[in-house]
Design a binder for this molecule. Structure first.
Ligand SMILES: Cc1ncc(COP(=O)(O)O)c(C=O)c1O
Length: 365
């Protein structure tokens, strides 16, 4: 932009920049704001909001804590579950913000690998998870369901293995489920939440930034489940953290029940976009290029031929195309590109056609 060049951005997963924010949400918020005159803070967030969450996502309202964002929820959980110098296990490839969030609380990370087998998809390296769980200062196993950028849900088999590992080590499972309703290559519908697994503490995270395509509304939640003997002390400690911050704006929390009534429509429209863009990719990048299986989420992974050096700097400097290299997400190869599936269909198709033209001399198509 400094050079006056307009970039074509295929990294952007901010839904408000792609026509996916529904302005009707602001009307709902305005109505709730008029009613939110009295400030009556509850560390967990107002009961009607938590009743709405329990009706939609299961469990009792007492199992929920409202936060301003999933990132804040991560930060609270790191304070809740660990001390500086402790560790959490995170997936690789995976969402790049978890490690710095852990670092801000003084925690380290141990990575466990996800393996890809085309066209079946991704699976968790259970030996890596077991090795991570055996580390002396391991305090939580984190999964992202479905993963960003892998788009893979935790399978029932992998979940059973995780439950076993967590139960043996007395370690909580943290499941980030912000993309769970956004199925793409999965006709059977959205897999269930990992909340409520028997015998272990499971803490799930979700929020409006994805559910309503509304990151600016700043509302997310933590759902704590597990055996009462384990969750009771965690709930008391989480109440203390929440009481210290009381971070949620009363109007947004008051609006949550009405806001979530709009969720299914917004999710359906967004999924149409994701599925249309995913299908355009298949047409624009035929074999020997390969689009990895993407069961859900907002990102597609495009594999170039194996020997291709990372083309992203050339694409940026010479073609003004901004694209995330796979290694940004800890993919072990240089030949994978991560593309946001959120842009409007025409923009996405034109951008991908430009990408294909730009790649032609690089990979000798
Ligand atoms: C897997 C995952 N979790 C959490 C978030 C952040 O959510 P929030 O805006 O609620 O902090 C993102 C944002 O892209 C994400 O990809």
């Amino acid at each position: 932009m400094e050079r006056g060049v307009a970039l074509t951005d295929l990294t952007d997963s901010n839904p408000t920049r792609h026509g996916l924010f529904d302005p009707a949400l602001l009307e709902i918020l305005a109505r709730a704001t008029r009613d939110a005159v009295r400030y009556d803070p509850d560390p967990r967030g107002p009961l009607p909001a938590r009743e709405t969450l329990s009706a939609r996502y299961g469990g009792s309202p007492d199992e929920y804590w409202l936060t301003t964002s999933t990132s804040q929820a991560y930060a609270w959980l790191f304070t809740l579950l660990a001390d500086p110098g402790d560790e959490v296990a995170i997936p690789a490839p995976g969402y790049p913000l978890i490690e710095p969030l852990a670092g801000l609380t003084g925690l380290g990370v141990a990575r466990y690998r996800l393996h890809y087998l085309h066209p079946y998809g991704w699976s968790i390296d259970r030996d890596d998870v077991a090795a991570a769980a055996a580390r002396a200062r391991m305090r939580a196993i984190i999964v992202v369901h479905p993963g960003n950028p892998t788009g893979s849900y935790v399978s029932a088999d992998d979940h059973a293995a995780l439950i076993d590992t967590c139960a043996r080590g007395g370690i909580p499972l943290v499941s980030d489920e912000v993309f769970r309703p956004f199925t793409v290559d999965l006709p059977s519908g959205s897999p269930p939440s990992l909340a409520g697994a028997p015998g272990i503490v499971t803490i799930t995270l979700d929020g409006l930034s994805k559910t309503l395509c509304a990151p600016g509304l700043k509302l997310a939640w933590i759902h704590l489940t597990g055996p009462h003997s384990a969750t009771a002390p965690l709930a008391a400690a989480l109440d203390e953290i929440a009481d210290a911050f009381l971070p949620v704006a009363a109007p947004t929390a008051a609006a949550l029940p009405a806001l979530l009534e709009a969720a299914d429509g917004i999710i359906a429209r967004t999924r149409e976009r994701l599925i249309a863009n995913r299908s355009a990719l298949e047409t624009i990048f035929p074999s020997p290029l390969r689009i990895r299986r993407c069961d859900g989420g907002w990102t597609a992974l495009l594999d170039l031929p194996a020997t291709t050096p990372d083309p992203t700097i050339t694409l940026l400097e010479e073609h003004h195309l901004s694209i995330h290299p796979g290694w940004f997400y800890d993919l072990p190869t240089t030949n994978t590109l991560a593309l946001s599936l959120l842009p409007e269909e025409d923009t996405f198709r034109e951008s991908c056609e430009r990408l294909r033209t730009a790649l032609t001399p690089i990979i000798h198509l």
